[in-house]
Ligand binder design. Structure first.
Ligand code: Q46
Ligand code: ZN
Ligand code: ZN
Length: 313
């Protein structure tokens, strides 16, 4: 197996591109894919300030590393979700990465700042943990980006993530969600621009990138993810990809090219929303969904992770 570029021994094969790469050319391939994505979807200009949502996993650390390498002014934001050991260790990985590179990491801890955590919120609201977690992260990422004056909020969603979300949305024809699946969502009243520069790279490639770059990321999946629909959709797509390399890429990018625009709701104008009376974020009622969640869950008896995992299966 030889590198497509230099013919030296290759360390990775990428079947959908029918290509093998050595270490330096694989790193270059990853950076080039990100540059191409940023240009094509007009994600960020060189003079803009970027805030990267950092979980301590491979994708968020890879995208932060690549953006930093490309010369962008990119800081990180880590949210302590209070998901037992998983959160403790993920925070350590995020902090270590930032320290080693002299990068700035903003931290928000749900328990310290809002007196709840994800397992407790899941129990109190009687909904799956990812529901309270997604709501909390979206709100805190948006508000931190605006509060600290960042132009762009970056997340580490990769090709596998986006293809799986698309698969789930198409399976149920959730047209409102399909309209929001483009890798760049323009900034609008109360929301920063949101971008996903890793959508051309697969999960396997971001993991390989981290290993080859010596990035120490948290390998374990969130314990709350076990059995969720997203993982099942990924498995289904992996089976298709194995039989027909390139399927995932075609599924997602042909959607972007041929169909995504049709689902964009021009009437979905955030400027018509009111403001949350507590935090000032866009809101449909007196309080935004996040402040309502805080009101319901803050101060409730903390629930251990194990209890939520058992009850949500
Ligand atoms: S962290 Fe949160 Fe994920 Fe864990 S509880 Fe679900 S949404 S699975 S990216
Ligand atoms: Zn090479
Ligand atoms: Zn609010």
């Amino acid at each position: 197996m030889k590198c497509r570029v230099c013919r030296e021994p290759a360390v990775i094969d990428i079947r959908r591109h029918n290509a093998n790469f050595c270490v330096p050319h694989f790193e270059k391939y990853c950076r080039d894919q990100v540059v191409k994505t940023i240009d094509e979807f007009e994600m960020a200009r060189p003079d803009e300030r970027l805030l990267v949502a950092v979980s301590g996993g491979k994708d968020s650390l890879a995208v932060w590393d690549i953006l930093h390498d490309l010369g962008y002014a990119a800081d990180g934001l880590y949210i302590g979700l209070g998901i037992g050991d998983y959160s403790d260790v993920s925070g350590q990985h995020a902090r270590a990465f930032a320290r080693q590179r002299g990068l700035h990491l903003i931290e928000i801890d749900l328990r310290e700042s809002y007196d709840y955590d994800i397992p407790t919120a899941s129990k109190v609201t009687k909904r799956v943990p990812c529901s309270a977690c997604g709501l909390s992260k979206r709100h805190l990422f948006d508000s931190a980006a605006l509060e600290h004056g960042y132009d762009v909020l970056v997340t580490g969603h990769n090709l596998d993530d986006e293809a799986a979300v698309l698969y789930g949305n198409v399976l149920r024809w959730q047209t409102d969600y399909l309209g929001r699946q483009r890798p760049t969502l323009p900034g609008r009243h109360g929301f920063p621009r949101k971008v996903k520069p890793l959508v051309r790279l697969s999960e396997r490639e971001t993991a390989a990138y981290c290993v080859l770059r010596g990035i120490d990321y948290l390998v374990d999946e969130c314990p709350m993810a076990a059995g969720n629909k997203h993982l099942r959709y990924k498995e289904a797509l992996n089976a298709t990809e194995a039989a027909s390399p390139g399927s995932k890429h075609a599924f997602y990018f042909n959607f972007l090219r041929n169909a995504a625009e049709r689902f964009v709701d021009d009437n979905n104008d955030a400027s018509t929303l009111g403001s949350c009376q507590r935090c000032g974020s866009p809101a449909e009622s007196e309080l935004c969904a996040f402040c309502r969640l805080v009101e319901r869950t803050a101060g409730a008896e903390p629930v251990p992770v194990e209890l939520v995992r058992k009850s949500s299966r």
